[in-house]
Design a protein around this ligand. Structure first.
Ligand SMILES: [Zn+2]
Length: 673
């Protein structure tokens, strides 16, 4: 389909896609469904293919990578990218301040500090020309880096075009490209599966990904960016007065800024902040930091203090933390059985202190990683605790071997039930295929009772373990037939706690379908998907009767989930559990949003294009609260289509099928607004 005005349409698509990325990556508040994003993206690609003259460097299509280059051109920085001096204690930070006071007087004590996380990634410089990303370069030696613009464009949260207003015609933004931990681990697992060596740390992986000659390779890596500086070029002046203002400005321009920053008046406040970061915050981050950075907040004072030896600014210092890596001995490798049957190896370590806590266990992910790292029982290993709740074994120190270390292999049978383990061709992990495996059942029950699912207060891991061991509970349905007397027959149960538990279980029967569905542990159905399904189908019986196609047509649900849901409900054991849950009067319904008018009850509606005032989310909610169901694709069953500007194939299809098409004004009227 070609659009009558491709110039306007391309501009409009870019604006829509750009805004969707901003909402998704910066605000963490996605408003456009993935499928819709993909559709608009493909439309833009098609226009650009047909009219190459319309291609622009800030087009979201540049994010998938452009043509490979044969080598990375050198790039001379407009002003040197500096490196920081280090302080390892609060005392050393005070020494630094004392030096500054000697140089610049008491003004230093009044300027305040900007305390920021020091991201452990790859430093980059981004040059924006007229608000559009023109150059992205690595730090290199600080004076000369490499031009990696096509790779930088693939980093989803680097703005290709600055938002808002007020940016100088030419402006340089500096920051750090990093690799989120969760993605990093997933990538390593994929590399193991593909027989490639694993990356030792996210920083190397980020730097390596950035320097790919083929930007399409970079695009496959989920790199992210945090900005921390706006830099004037030679002869230019910026109008900001403080570093805090710089960070706020970056956010206004749509540049992501690292969380947990603090403006501090005194070094006491800086020390308190550093303590928080080291002991409370560091462990919860999804990216690596190698400390904090303390900067004099006043930019005028920064300029007065200047740079030492052309490389190191006097006005900032890196506050390093105690290493979060320790060495200890690998005593044993044991295997835990997950609720899907996955056999997860974990390390038993000689207890060692890392970052203030004693570590005894560490995750080992899967057998292939253990083999790839050549871990042997008895090895001295490096253990890391950063960003993850569960510590990880980085690898062995082969030089410390005595010759008595032993190789480890995954046991051929499930440690819980003795069933021979199987390995899915597609998966890295080994599985216990026995649905009745006590290990699997235990984890499944723990999930069912967990806070995100049925939220049964007081039904802890230990108590579920007791129930399973006593043979009182095999599956979720058994929980609802438990009596106070049965609990009292177990160890460590007082009258009152037994009664409370029975009550808590009974109360949980009223939980909405979405929680039940999530708790049942259908593969690929997380809490979000469970809610979408529950809201769409309204009750469990409708969902169980639905075809794969019906389920896949739900806004936000894909084919993988649809397939998994249908397979789950086709299973005899699952049917039996559901039959018994029904007998126990567990709720199978999802309360529908309070209906304002109920005027659209039973109607199925599709939204397409950009509405003049309402976001798609708002329009959907309005329709749903009036009783309608909102779906993704137009069919004969569609009651009407709400079409905004730039409506595409859905509008055509609706017209072809004779489905009624309305605009936003009519939508407002029908929903009683
Ligand atoms: Zn088993």
């Amino acid at each position: 389909m070609s659009h009558p005005d491709p110039v306007a349409r391309a501009a409009e698509l870019r604006a829509t896609l750009d805004h969707a990325s901003y909402e998704y990556y910066i605000l963490d508040r996605p408003a456009l469904a993935d499928a819709e994003y993909d559709r608009l993206f493909r439309e833009l690609q098609a226009i650009e293919r047909e009219h190459p003259a319309l291609r622009t460097s800030d087009s979201p299509t540049a994010r998938v990578g452009t043509a490979p280059v044969s080598s990375l051109p050198k790039y001379t920085h407009r002003s040197p990218m500096l490196s920081l001096g280090n302080a390892f204690t609060d005392e050393e930070v005070r020494d630094w301040e004392a030096r500054l006071v000697r140089l610049a007087g008491d003004d230093v004590l009044r300027a305040g500090y900007s305390a920021e996380l020091k991201i452990d990634g790859a430093a980059v410089s981004l040059l924006y020309d007229g608000g559009i990303l023109a150059v992205g370069a690595t730090r290199g030696n600080g004076l000369v880096g490499e031009d990696v613009t096509p790779s930088i464009r693939t980093v989803r949260d680097v703005p290709l075009r600055l938002r808002g207003t007020g940016w100088p015609e030419r402006v340089e933004i500096r920051g750090e490209i990093y690799y989120p931990f969760d993605r990093f681990e997933r990538m390593n697992e994929e590399r193991v599966r593909d027989g490639e060596p694993v990356f030792a740390n996210p920083r190397n992986a980020a730097a390596g990904a950035l320097r790919q000659l083929d930007p399409a390779n970079t695009a496959r890596r989920p790199l992210r960016f945090y900005g921390y500086a706006i830099v004037a070029g030679p002869g230019e002046r910026l109008t900001f007065t403080t570093q805090s203002e710089v960070l706020e400005t970056l956010e206004r321009w749509g540049v992501p800024v690292a969380p947990h920053r603090r403006r501090c008046d005194t070094l006491d406040e800086v020390a308190a902040w550093a303590g928080d970061v080291e002991h409370k915050i560091r462990g919860s981050l999804n990216f690596a930091i190698d400390g904090g950075v303390v900067k004099i907040d006043s930019l005028a004072l920064q300029e007065d203090l200047g740079v030492v030896g052309g490389r190191e600014p006097r006005w900032a210092i890196a506050r390093k933390f105690a290493p979060d890596i320790a060495e200890t001995r690998l005593l044993d490798i044991r295997v835990n059985v997950g609720r899907t049957g996955a056999l997860n190896p974990y390390a038993v370590l000689e207890p060692v202190e890392i970052g203030g806590t004693t570590v005894t266990y560490a995750t080992l992910h899967n057998e292939d990683l253990i083999i790839a790292k050549d871990l042997r029982l008895g090895d001295v290993v490096q253990v890391k605790r950063a960003g993850e709740v569960i510590p990880q074994v980085i690898g062995p120190i082969p030089e410390r071997r005595t010759g008595n270390e032993q190789a480890w292999r995954m046991p051929a049978t499930c440690p819980q039930c003795g069933t021979p383990a199987v390995r899915d061709e597609e998966e890295v992990a080994w599985y216990c295929p026995n649905v009745g495996c006590p290990g699997r059942r235990l984890e499944g029950l723990v999930h069912f009772a967990s806070r995100g699912a049925m939220d049964i207060r007081g039904l802890s891991y230990a108590r579920i373990e007791q129930l399973v061991e006593a043979g009182l509970v095999k599956d979720a349905a058994d929980l609802f037939t438990l009596t106070t007397e049965q609990f009292l027959g177990l160890d460590r149960f007082a009258d009152r706690s037994a009664q409370q538990l029975v009550e808590a279980i009974a109360t949980s029967r009223a939980q909405p379908l979405s929680r039940l569905l999530f708790g049942l542990g259908v593969r690929h159905v997380g809490a979000g998907a469970a809610e979408l399904l529950a809201r769409h189908f309204g009750d469990l019986d409708s969902l169980m009767a639905a075809s794969e196609g019906d389920i896949a047509s739900v806004h936000g649900i894909g084919e993988i989930i649809a397939h998994s849901v249908v397979a789950f409900f086709a299973d005899e054991a699952a049917k039996d559990v559901i039959r018994r849950l029904r007998v126990s009067h567990v709720t199978f319904r999802e309360p529908q949003p309070v209906s304002i008018s109920g005027a659209l009850k039973g109607q199925t509606v599709v939204i397409t294009g950009t509405l003049p005032t309402l976001s798609r989310q708002a329009a959907s909610e309005m329709l749903e609260s009036a009783g309608a169901r909102v779906t993704d694709s137009v069919s004969k069953k569609t009651s009407f289509l709400v079409a905004g500007e730039a409506a595409g194939s859905k509008l055509e299809k609706a017209r072809a099928l004779g489905v009624e098409v309305i605009d936003e004004a009519e939508l407002l009227r029908r929903t009683g607004h």
